[in-house]
Design a protein around this ligand. Structure first.
Ligand SMILES: Nc1ncnc2c1ncn2[C@@H]1O[C@H](COP(=O)(O)OP(=O)(O)O)[C@@H](O)[C@H]1O
Ligand SMILES: [Mg+2]
Length: 251
């Protein structure tokens, strides 16, 4: 598998009230195309900061974030925004859907940022809403009229509408109950099976075992990684492999 992202001595330092906090420390990491990469680690370890740096949502303080040979950290803010729209899909714990717009319009609006042909975007938006199993009778509803799990799947549809190279998800099931969380994970797993690269941060071992590669972040460094292999439902072995790995990492 080809590397879709490579970081070189990636550092992120925040200055809090004059005190320097080194949140990411010289991270050298590759993200492989087609992988479902999972980032785990204690709260405050730097997982979200790493995700933001990988996706160009934020810039590193030092070091490189290379996508297909180009260091995105060197792009201007406008170039970086355009790069993100074309190459990255984002799913967060909160969906950030626009409440005054229908489900379909939320997805359309994201698509129209990149493709101007409304007919093409509409077709694509309907395709992605179908692919996340969102029933057609919900497409004209507003975000406040659907459940949290449904809204999260709209969020995934929105993330997918521009065919991003990578989907970045930061605790996408963090606010959901276990059944709706499972629907969201099933949607992500299905896209991964169709070749979509995913990078997901999670606290939850049941979510994490969907990944085929687990990275453990400790104090701003990659403390360890585990190759789990592709997800197969009902595989008890991978759950215990992951549990053993996390124990070893001091989770
Ligand atoms: N924008 C910011 N400004 C200042 N400090 C930040 C900022 N973002 C994150 N941090 C600090 O960086 C550390 C890691 O944060 P984060 O990456 O969100 O951790 P995690 O996602 O692993 O819980 C925390 O101590 C947090 O307070
Ligand atoms: Mg976080």
């Amino acid at each position: 598998m080809r590397n879709i992202i490579e970081t070189k001595k990636l550092c992120k330092t925040f200055s809090n009230g004059g005190v320097q906090q080194h949140v990411l420390k010289n991270i050298d990491l590759e993200i492989r195309e087609g992988d479902f990469t999972v980032i785990m680690g204690a709260s405050g370890a730097g997982k979200s900061t790493l995700l933001y740096a990988l996706s160009g949502m934020d810039r590193p303080t030092l070091g490189e974030v290379v996508w297909n040979g180009t260091d995105i950290a060197k792009k201007s803010s406008d170039q970086l925004a355009l790069f993100r729209r074309k190459n990255c899909g984002f799913v967060f714990q909160q969906t950030y859907l626009v409440d005054s717009m229908s489900v379909l319009d939320n997805v359309l609006a994201a698509g129209l940022l990149v493709e101007k042909d409304k007919k093409k975007v509409t077709t694509k938006a309907k395709e992605v809403l179908t692919s996340v199993d969102l029933p057609e009778e919900l497409w004209n509803k507003f975000p406040t009229q659907i459940s949290g799990g449904e809204a999260q799947r709209v969020g995934i549809a929105r993330a997918l509408v521009n065919h991003p190279g990578v989907i970045f998800a930061d605790e996408p099931t963090g606010a959901l109950n276990s059944q709706t969380g499972k629907d969201v994970l099933n949607a992500l797993t299905r896209f991964n099976e169709s070749g979509q690269s995913i990078v997901m941060v999670t606290h939850d071992i049941t979510s994490a075992r969907r990944g085929n590669r687990i990275l453990y972040v400790k104090d701003g460094e990659i403390a360890g990684e585990l190759e789990l292999g592709k997800y197969v439902s009902g595989d008890k072995d991978r759950h215990s492999m992951l549990r053993d790995f996390l124990r070893e990492m001091g989770w």
